[in-house]
Design a protein around this ligand. Structure first.
Ligand SMILES: Cc1cc2nc3c(=O)[nH]c(=O)nc-3n(C[C@H](O)[C@H](O)[C@H](O)COP(=O)(O)OP(=O)(O)OC[C@H]3O[C@@H](n4cnc5c(N)ncnc54)[C@H](O)[C@@H]3O)c2cc1C
Length: 291
């Protein structure tokens, strides 16, 4: 089991890892791809680059640097996160990963395009966490918005509780294999129905379907999704973070694009450093308290 479990191997995750590794800690990094850097053609505005590097090149250099210091890096998509009383446990598609502290560095979730009315109905029939809220929908008719592995994870949480589960792909092809008990609806959505409380969805063809609840699972699990699952407190749509990027769950941190603000490599690296140092401090204090 790792001392620090880091979710994401972009600049924020790698930067946090470098501090943990150089403090002599065991660091495990789980990520699914090169994140935003995979799409960055050329990086010219980051300190110390003698010549511009492409985003993928910079990502590769960062990973090599962490590996050279002893990091363990695993390729997997994380769909779940909780604290079991001793450790943080991240559930991935291929395995389970544990750490005494955890830093979420999963990048920006800006690719997720919410439907009109979704933000207003959050907590009033619209949920972002099946493991948190499935209980409220016992024997109810629910829908999951999404089409991939993360949506499958949320569907699996809901199937034993709800009377029926419909997958709303909003025009996308499914990229995971869903159980036959799930109704797959691929029509494009126009928006949500309900004022003050979610009542159902409206399709672009003008028809509507009633649901008791909607679970949003677009793309892969973001730091916000994972923070919710781990029980962190929220201020509106964002987890509450201290100056050291710690959530309200002791030992759980966030860093980089996933915290919002200026989405730049320099900022992600800086936040990763602060979160990494704070995770080291947290582990040392915890160890001293139990000595
Ligand atoms: C097209 C483009 C051009 C850019 N150009 C510049 C530039 O010129 N200069 C500059 O400074 N910045 C630039 N940026 C921004 C920069 O790339 C980001 O600010 C930076 O990469 C953020 O680092 P991060 O570690 O927070 O997130 P990311 O680099 O996005 O890394 C996120 C990591 O989390 C992982 N992850 C996400 N979800 C999961 C999950 N559920 N399970 C497991 N792993 C997960 C990803 O696989 C990835 O490893 C650009 C971004 C884009 C998209």
């Amino acid at each position: 089991m790792a001392d620090i479990l880091i979710l994401g191997y972009g600049p924020a995750g790698i930067s946090a890892a470098l501090y943990g590794l150089r403090a002599g800690l065991d660091v495990l990094i789980v990520g699914k791809d090169a994140g935003a850097l995979a799409r960055a053609h050329m990086i010219e505005n980051y300190y110390g680059l003698e010549k511009p590097l492409s985003g993928p090149e910079l990502a590769e250099v960062g990973k090599k640097q962490a590996l050279a210091l002893g990091a363990k890096i695993v390729d997997d998509e994380v769909t779940d996160l909780f604290f079991d009383g001793n450790d943080f446990v991240a559930g991935g598609l291929s395995g389970e990963y544990r750490g005494k502290a955890c830093i979420m560095a999963t990048g920006s979730a800006r690719k997720k395009q919410p439907l009109p009315g979704m933000a207003e109905l959050e907590g009033h029939g619209v949920s972002y966490c099946a493991v948190c809220d499935a209980f409220f929908y016992r024997q109810k008719k629910v829908a999951v918005l999404g089409s991939g592995e993360y949506a499958l994870h949320e569907v699996s949480e809901l199937l034993p509780m709800a009377s029926s589960v419909t997958l709303l792909t909003n025009g996308s092809e499914t990229t995971a294999t869903f159980p036959g008990t799930v109704t797959v609806e691929t029509r494009k959505l126009a928006g949500l129905v309900g004022e003050g409380a979610f009542k159902g969805v409206r399709f672009e063809d003008g028809t509507e379907e009633a649901f008791d609840g909607l679970f949003v699972a677009l793309g892969s699990a973001s730091a916000t999704d994972l923070a919710r699952k781990a029980g962190a407190a929220f201020d509106g749509a964002n987890p509450v973070l201290g100056p050291d990027f710690q959530t309200t769950v002791p030992g759980l941190f966030a860093a980089g694009d996933c915290t919002g603000g200026t989405l730049q490599v320099a900022v992600a690296v800086g936040e990763g450093a602060v979160a990494g140092l704070a995770a080291i401090k947290y582990l040392r204090e915890k160890r001293n308290a139990s000595a």
